[in-house]
Design a protein around this ligand. Structure first.
Ligand SMILES: NC(=O)c1ccc[n+]([C@@H]2O[C@H](COP(=O)([O-])OP(=O)(O)OC[C@H]3O[C@@H](n4cnc5c(N)ncnc54)[C@H](O)[C@@H]3O)[C@@H](O)[C@H]2O)c1
Length: 482
């Protein structure tokens, strides 16, 4: 194992527009220091706005806290931005001459062991490095702080360590087998974009109708199974071969415009921009971004149950995140950020989510005593039979909460727990007292736990017996005691 790193890792973001701002947020919220170099006098404002959106959206994907945020700095001198960096992400406009100039300067000035990556949507590493630069392609997708996909292109000895780093910040590196113009995803997207332009130009559909054709149907399918798995199911019980036999011939019918591209005449640009204004012009770009982020978070969270698609990346990243183990003599059973979706019209965490947080803490506690997924699969579990919540202080979106779990009684079939929810500022925000009964899942009746669970529980109960348990045993409406 390598020695622990005592300093924070650092990324330089060169070009801080739409994509550079997203990269800055992705690194920063995963605990990296971030140094930005962009000559645009508005870059600081724009990046801070992107990061503000990211702070709301990214932690909402996780049931565990992300590392504490790194430090964000802006530099007018490129050498300052590049000092001691581990990763350099170039995201300047898509012009080959400019990329040559910038990547050449980065390859000279960055530390020799730093990854130098370009966000280019279309250029191949051989084109980017034609004048001696040493860049790989790390092509992300907007919003970079939420979508995991990064297409990695370049020499294997450069892409392999880069892939490890990307995984550690919750991304999904897709390493290309060979370089090709526009990599993989943009080739697919361009085919759809090209056909859509024709449909608008020929008056077949408006921009809004094309968007409906995507989001009412195949867009939902694609996020969870992609293209080939979807078509496998579409083939029915006979599967993929049947599907290809049935629909293969249609490919040679003149359904599509193939490689023809409509000319971007002023009339076509006005037609498309005008329809787009009519469709979405009532919302600002920042409002559209927040709507998009909320929707993405909701969809990815829905996929977490099965671990399909992007949610699999979140689950793997979550499992690798470090969490505190103990607090004031008690095990920490949850540590997470409060998402804005947990807050209500009063501007604070809604009562439902105290129980949700406590239920995750109970699940973690059960793992600690050996009543884990394998134990449940073996037919035994604990059922919750009673809970009492005390709401002591307000909790707001973005607060980092920590939950400790104290055993009040762990004898026989009964498991009596006192969860405490602590805010990041050290204030006790709530207690949730819960009684569970050990249950045989087949008989659906209470029964004694197996010996290893009973032993682990009695040991914890003995450890926790001498600790205070303020507020335990209270009932609804009881006056506070002096
Ligand atoms: N927009 C997307 O959806 C998307 C998606 C994936 C990849 N990309 C790729 O990312 C790159 C950037 O695209 P974008 O959409 O963020 O563009 P953008 O125009 O939003 O941002 C480019 C930024 O680069 C800055 N810049 C210009 N010259 C510079 C220089 N010499 N040094 C430092 N900064 C400089 C500009 O001030 C601007 O802030 C392109 O290569 C593009 O192909 C874009």
């Amino acid at each position: 194992m390598s020695a622990p790193v005592s300093r924070r890792l650092k990324a330089a973001i060169v070009g801080g527009g739409v994509i550079g701002g997203g990269w800055a947020a992705r690194f920063l919220l995963n605990g990296w220091d971030v140094a930005v170099f962009d000559p645009d006098p508005d870059a600081t404002r724009k990046i801070n706005e992107v990061i503000a959106n990211a702070r709301i959206a990214l932690p909402a994907l996780y049931d565990k806290a992300l590392p504490s945020e790194g430090t964000l700095t802006f530099h007018s001198d490129l050498a300052d931005a590049l000092a001691d960096v581990d990763w350099v992400q170039e995201s300047v406009p898509e012009q080959l001459e400019l990329k040559h100039k910038v990547l050449g300067a980065l390859s000279e000035a960055a530390p020799a062991d730093a990854v130098i990556a370009s966000s280019t949507s279309g250029f191949k590493p051989s084109e980017l490095n034609a004048q001696g630069a040493r860049a790989i392609v790390a092509h992300p997708f907007n919003p970079v702080y939420l979508l995991p996909l990064v297409e990695l292109v370049g020499a294997a000895e450069r892409t392999a360590p880069a892939a490890e780093i990307l995984r550690s910040i919750g991304m999904f590196p897709l390493v290309l087998r060979k370089e090709i113009d526009a990599h993989i995803a943009d080739r697919l997207l361009e085919a759809v974009w090209r056909e859509s332009l024709w449909l608008v130009k020929d008056g077949v559909a408006t921009t809004e109708e094309i968007d409906e054709a995507i989001r009412m149907g195949f867009g939902i399918r694609w996020a969870q199974m992609g293209l080939f798995e979807t078509y496998r199911i579409a083939g029915g019980e006979a599967g993929m071969k049947h599907f290809m036999k049935q629909f293969g011939p249609a490919l040679s019918w003149p359904w599509t415009k193939l490689m023809d591209v409509p000319e971007f005449t002023p009339e076509l640009v006005d037609l498309i921009a005008g329809q787009s204004d009519a469709q979405s012009g009532h919302l600002s770009i920042r409002e559209l971004e927040r709507l998009r982020d909320d929707n993405i978070v909701g969809m990815v969270r829905a996929l977490k149950r099965s671990g399909s698609g992007a949610a699999g990346v979140i689950c793997a990243h979550e499992a690798a995140l470090a969490a505190p183990k103990r607090r004031e003599g008690l095990p920490v059973t949850a540590c997470r950020q409060v998402p804005s979706s947990w807050t209500d019209y009063n501007g604070h965490m809604n009562e439902t989510h105290y129980l949700e947080a406590a239920s995750k803490a109970t699940d973690r506690f059960m793992e600690l005593i050996g009543a884990d997924a394998a134990y449940v699969a073996g037919g035994k579990s604990y059922f919750t039979v009673e809970s009492h919540v005390r709401y002591l202080e307000e909790v707001h979106a973005g607060d980092r909460i920590t939950i400790t779990s104290q055993v009040l009684n762990g004898a026989g079939k009964k498991l009596h727990l006192l969860h405490r929810i602590w805010r990041g500022d050290g204030t006790l925000a709530a207690t949730i007292e819960t009684l569970l009964l050990h249950t045989d899942l087949e008989a659906r009746r209470a029964c004694e736990p197996e010996a290893h669970v009973a032993d682990a529980l009695s040991k914890l109960a003995a450890d926790h017996a001498a600790l205070p348990a303020e507020g335990a045993g209270r009932f609804v409406g009881q006056r506070p005691t002096a």
